[in-house]
Design a binder for this molecule. Structure first.
Ligand code: PHE
Length: 453
């Protein structure tokens, strides 16, 4: 077992720090890039409805459970399972988390790289005058060009690794606090512009007027996957962050606040994107390129669009960074604690490994499009498998562990901060993590993959 001096662990400095760092992890490309594109492919409003139900009924309880494990064990996810249940095989779940982290960051950094290119192009005012068709061509040419997106991806990985080396307090917390609220304000400005475009109503109907016939097993699975991806749950990120949360913080309140902020940002992104999608006659099911085609269109139609574009892409890169560091942190905490190596070394090797996989992922979109499985390129495989398969399975193990194996006294201690705060929803929470969430996840999962016949 890792020999670890608990007193030496870094921790988040303040209450705002915890919320800011966790929200920083949750809010990212998942909200602004992935949510609109997945919602667009899965029926819009019907998807949104199922998504919100999952956030409330499953996401928040899973998030609390991750915090409970992390804060109780004071270790990385793998070490936490080993420490809490030394004789069982739970640490294998921890290993699965490490694999998931690798996979997520490999394609996440691709998309973050796209964002950097879009910042650069915005600075040079290159999108000026391009209509939807031209912007689509521009994006496709760039996405499939290979070395160009790979170049940006590498820069993004450097930045991520740099912040992670700086450590929890100084690195992660500082950046999240001021910049996330700025992103929110800018998103609101985008919403105003999108809503005043001619034809905006169709976009709103697409996002908010559900057509229940659109709900299929796959839509439900995608909604579950997106809710996990967006909340950063199901792969130990919040176990890791939980281990940095001070004993005085209330875990339930933190989870609710973060989930609310995350959902708000996703919905606002939808309100900014879909009216514009319909106004500019873009196909809602355009896939991963959706926001990169839609946003420049909005900026082209905005007073001072040049400055808004620059500021927006800059903030989006930062939002992506506060998420990517939380993914890398899982691997780094694991390497450094389990192999007893320095944080610097751990970060180097983790980032290096992910960058290699990420490079192949980016190249698989263009020059190396022969790298395929089931007719899909590596990017689509990593994206689909991590969000819709690995995260829900991870979440299933997390709730089963906390519900059935952790032990009631440890659970109660963590939720009530050793009896010092009242826990209002204890009964409901326990019932969810013991029964509702495991059954629901297993069902959605098997049904969505077509395994229930
Ligand atoms: N939640 C992050 C986002 O929305 C992505 C993420 C997924 C981060 C899983 C950590 C773990 O961008």
């Amino acid at each position: 077992m890792a020999n670890l001096d608990i007193t030496l662990r870094d921790s988040f400095g303040s209450k705002l720090g915890v919320i800011a760092a966790t929200a920083g992890s949750a809010i990212g490309l998942g909200n602004i890039w992935r949510f609109p594109y997945v919602a667009g492919e899965n029926g819009g409003a019907a998807f949104l409805l199922v998504y919100i139900v999952f956030i409330l009924a499953i996401g928040i309880p899973v998030m609390i459970s991750e915090f409970v494990i992390g804060r109780n064990a004071q270790r990385n996810p793998y070490g936490a399972f080993r420490f809490l249940k030394p004789k069982a095989k739970w640490h294998l779940v921890g290993l699965m988390f490490i694999v998931t982290a690798f996979m997520i960051l490999a394609f996440y950094s691709t998309v973050a790289g796209w964002t950097m290119e879009y910042l650069y192009s915005s600075l040079l005012n290159q999108f000026k005058g391009e209509d939807a068709a031209a912007l689509t061509n521009t994006f496709e040419a760039f996405r499939t060009s290979g070395y160009q997106p790979a170049f940006w991806q590498l820069i993004f990985m450097f930045l991520t690794a740099g912040i992670v080396i700086a450590g929890v307090q100084k690195g992660i917390e500082k950046y999240s606090k001021i910049l996330m609220p700025m992103l929110l304000v800018l998103l609101l400005a985008l919403c105003v512009r999108a809503l005043t475009l001619p034809g905006a109503g169709d976009g709103l109907r697409f996002l908010f007027a559900p057509d229940f016939s659109k709900i299929t097993g796959k839509v439900i699975l995608e909604a579950l996957g997106q809710s996990f991806f967006s909340l950063s749950i199901g792969m130990g990120t919040l176990i890791t962050y939980g281990s940095y949360i001070h004993k005085k913080e209330k875990l339930g309140n933190t989870a609710v606040a973060v989930s609310a902020a995350d959902t708000l940002i996703a919905i606002l992104a939808g309100v900014a994107i879909f009216p514009a999608v319909f106004a500019f006659h873009i196909e809602p099911a355009s896939g991963p390129g959706l926001v990169f085609i839609t946003l420049p269109n909005i900026f082209n139609q905005m007073p001072a669009g040049y400055f808004f574009a620059i500021l927006f892409f800059l903030l989006l890169i930062i939002a992506a960074l506060t998420s990517s560091i939380s993914v890398l942190e899982v691997v780094v905490a694991f390497f450094s604690e389990e192999f007893n190596i320095s944080r610097k070394k751990a970060t180097f090797w983790a980032a290096f490994g992910i960058a290699v996989l990420g490079f192949v992922c980016t190249m698989s979109q263009g020059p190396w499009d022969k790298v395929q499985l089931f007719g899909q390129n590596l990017f689509d495989i990593l994206d689909f498998t991590s969000a819709n398969i690995l995260l829900p399975v991870g979440g299933l193990f997390i709730v089963l562990f906390v519900g059935w194996f952790l032990g009631k006294s440890a659970l109660k201690d963590e939720l009530s901060n050793k009896g010092t705060v009242r826990v209002v929803f204890y009964g409901a929470y326990l019932f969810i993590i013991r029964f509702i969430a495991p059954i629901a996840i297993a069902f959605v999962f098997l049904n969505g993959l077509g395994l229930l016949g």
